[in-house]
Design a protein around this ligand. Structure first.
Ligand code: IFM
Length: 464
């Protein structure tokens, strides 16, 4: 690992660090398929992403996650990297087909042992593990039987959740059921640009319902077996702004808000689906059985929010972000930190939310490794401005518990392959060398500032 000279930003960091409480959770995040590699190793089963990547033209650079960051073999070095940043949390996901290759039937102990090593390795390094059960890599054998569109997959997921909680639940801070159900539903089953590549809106909406049902049933099952970890879900959310003030654009933005945010938040916190979206879906609305909605609304210990940008909605069709005049990331997403404050405050006002985490926030840029250094000042600016946005939400009364950068390191960015780099650590894929980008050095300096301030906070014990 190359270690360029630290970035000294002491003066700029102090005011920012001082806006967060001493017990704030600071992390970096990854997911299994995006970093692990070891696709067919130690008894791992195939996932829908292994299959999807074989289809011609679906991944921008024709790549796949067979090797990715080779984290399955380099996990110890990677955990050293995590610890070196000074974070107190690491969010990662378990690959379901690695631990239960067919999705049902026999468990693969070698796979579970890997996650035991990761959890114990984090704890040894003073970093708290935050586990996600489903970050999109459904076992292919379950897909062959209908995948998330089939209600049986709900029950297989609950079994999987129980098995992982039994092995890891005593040592992890939290268990997230699903990461970004909207993505699995809409991108995986409506537009079909993500695995499993289905293009059918009715299927997509049944998938969304089954994901949410499996979330609620898993929470009930884990609590029943005495799991002590905090339990919750992670949603990708964004404010939806109309492109103009016309009635047509405002109506379109309202519908997109319903499909992205209220479709998940209403069942979680109101045990109902939004009426306007149900009316819009008509015959494509999901089949819901008695008791489903109450199960989905099972109380959670936390809600994770993944935020990258706002959405701009035009009734005329897709909005080109280049029209906005705002800075864009390499994904062509607007840099719009004020949207994060708007979103968090809105969640706080509209729903009885449990403590919130920003479980993902970050940006892809065209990074260059030069002389052992990656000068990614735009990422530093992006993260700093989003931290300001979180602090502003807290000033407006939102209960925030933590913030995690997406991502620890460059990795397989789904349909974009390895072309988009989200990491604060640069990965040279040919040599698998990791290099801290300037943003990682900045984050480390920021966390040192915060920890220094946390240590100097006087005891709150009342004097007698
Ligand atoms: O890389 C993804 C991650 O897997 C889920 N949230 C968004 C990230 C960036 O696109």
């Amino acid at each position: 690992m190359l270690n360029p000279a630290p970035v000294d930003l002491t003066d700029t960091l102090l005011p920012l660090a001082g806006q967060f409480p001493p017990d704030f959770v600071w992390g970096v995040a990854t997911s299994a398929y995006q970093i692990e590699g070891a696709a067919g190793e130690d008894g791992k089963g195939r996932s829908i992403w292994d299959s999807f990547c074989l289809l011609p033209g679906v991944i921008a650079d024709g790549s796949n996650g067979d090797l990715a960051c080779d984290h399955y073999h380099r996990w110890s070095e990677d955990l050293d990297l995590v610890a070196s940043l000074g974070v107190n949390a690491y969010r990662f996901s378990v690959s379901w087909p690695r631990v239960r290759p067919s999705g049902s039937g026999a468990w693969n102990n070698k796979g579970v042992d890997f996650y035991e090593r990761v959890v114990d390795g984090l704890l040894e390094r003073g970093v708290t593990p935050y586990v996600t059960l489903n970050h999109w890599d459904l076992p292919q054998e379950l897909q062959a039987r209908g995948g998330w569109a089939d209600r049986e997959t709900v029950y297989r997921f609950v079994e999987y959740a129980r098995g992982i909680a039994a092995r890891l639940g005593d040592r992890v801070a939290s268990i997230t059921t699903h990461n970004e159900p909207w993505v699995m539903s809409v991108l995986g089953h409506e537009t079909g640009i993500f695995a499993p590549g289905v293009k059918d809106r009715a299927v997509a909406m049944q998938v969304a319902h089954n994901l949410m049902l499996s979330h609620g049933l898993a929470l009930q099952a884990l609590r029943a077996q005495g799991c002590k970890a905090g339990l919750g879900i992670v949603l990708n959310l964004a404010p939806m702004h109309p492109a103009t003030d016309t009635a047509a654009d405002r109506a379109s933005a309202q519908l997109e808000d319903g499909r992205l945010l209220r479709w998940y938040m209403d069942p979680l916190f109101k045990a109902t689906y939004p009426a306007d979206v149900l009316a819009h879906l008509g015959a494509d609305a999901p089949r819901v059985q008695a008791g489903d909605m109450a199960a989905i609304a099972t109380p959670m210990d936390f809600l994770g929010v993944n935020y990258y940008s706002r959405g701009v909605v035009s009734a005329a069709g897709p909005w080109d972000t280049k029209q906005s005049g705002l800075p864009l990331t390499d994904m062509d997403w607007e840099v719009y930190p004020e949207g994060l404050t708007e979103l968090l405050v809105r969640l706080h006002h509209d729903y009885p939310v449990p403590p919130l985490f920003v479980t993902e926030n970050g940006a892809a840029f065209k990074d260059q490794l030069s002389g052992g250094r990656v000068a990614d000042e735009r990422r530093i600016d992006y993260i700093g401005r989003h931290l300001e946005a979180v602090a502003e939400a807290m000033r407006q009364g939102v209960s925030m518990k933590g913030y995690m950068v997406w991502s620890l390191m460059d990795n397989f960015e789904w349909a974009s392959g390895f072309e988009k780099r989200f990491g604060i650590v640069y990965v040279d894929y040919a040599s698998q060398t990791r290099t801290l980008k300037d943003s990682a050095l900045w984050y480390r300096s920021f966390l040192r500032q915060h920890q220094g301030m946390a240590r100097s906070v006087p005891s709150s014990k009342p004097s007698s």
